[in-house]
Ligand binder design. Structure first.
Ligand code: FPP
Length: 248
């Protein structure tokens, strides 16, 4: 019998987060500058957004630029920012057609003015779309998000709005950049490394992790589909026993 790998529509993940790594190495392997890898990474972004939408995923968070990435050579940072502006401009019509809602997470105030404006326009224009929500992580780091959360909690305590003993998981959750978005069910990292790299540190607590050797510019929606099928055969126990989860 052929063991056909099919998606189980009843067990779809709600939220997938991706660390898009390997652009630089992909370019070097092809005898080009690192920036060539970023340009080709856009095609992978397009394919994955399309695939996630088709499969009925609700949230896709893409790590496009970390707070640490500001330390890269100035020319690469500038190129990435202008690629972002250009990509948003080029893709907006397609995002509208596919009912994709765009959001961002991270310190938007760090981004150059032109980038902020383009991004905010796209966020506003797509705000009412009812399909996939794409969250671009830009000037984002998990520790920065947790630090900003701690500042917010401290401010509430200092102002007498919150007592320290009232602080719970939910207090923290509500003060994240987007505490209302469900946690990622799946975290994917392309590019062959086995690291979280300061991404969504609180939110990935129970995510299923997938580290794949494919460099990001080669990643396509079929690769995403295969990962979701693998995810569907994993048992998520959230600290319980297998018997408890299966109701035995
Ligand atoms: C990591 O590869 C990738 C980035 C820092 C940038 C990701 C940007 C894109 C995929 C293009 C633009 C995105 C959007 C949303 C339009 P790397 O440079 O760290 O690769 P390396 O590990 O091989 O050096």
């Amino acid at each position: 019998m052929i063991n056909e790998r099919v998606l189980d529509k009843e067990k779809m993940p709600k939220h997938i987060a991706i660390i898009m790594d390997g652009n630089g190495r992909w370019a070097q392997q092809h005898g080009h500058e690192r920036t060539f890898g970023h340009q080709n990474g856009v095609e992978a972004v397009r394919s994955v957004i399309e695939g996630a939408g088709e499969m009925g995923i609700q949230y896709l968070t893409l790590y496009a630029f970390s707070t640490e990435n500001w330390n890269r050579p100035k020319a690469e940072v500038e190129m990435l920012m202008s690629l972002l502006v250009k990509s948003i401009r080029n893709e907006l019509e397609r995002l509208m057609k596919n009912q994709v809602r765009l959001m961002m997470t991270g310190r938007m105030e760090d981004l150059p003015e032109s980038c902020r404006k383009e991004l905010q326009d796209a966020i506003d224009q797509t705000a009412q779309n009812k399909g996939l929500t794409v969250v671009l992580a830009l000037s984002y780091s998990g520790r920065a998000e947790l630090t900003d959360m701690a500042k917010a909690v401290a401010a509430d305590v200092a102002a007498g709005r919150l007592a320290p003993e009232q602080v719970t998981d939910q207090t923290v959750q509500e003060r994240l950049y987007h505490g209302d978005i469900p946690d990622p069910d799946i975290l994917i990292r392309t590019g062959g490394d086995f690291r979280i790299s300061n991404f969504l540190l609180w939110e990935v607590a129970y995510a299923e992790l997938f580290f794949v050797p494919t460099m990001w510019p080669d990643f396509r929606k079929d690769d995403l589909r295969e990962i979701i099928i693998d995810f569907q055969s994993r048992e998520r126990r959230y600290g319980k026993t297998g018997e408890q989860v299966r109701g035995e």
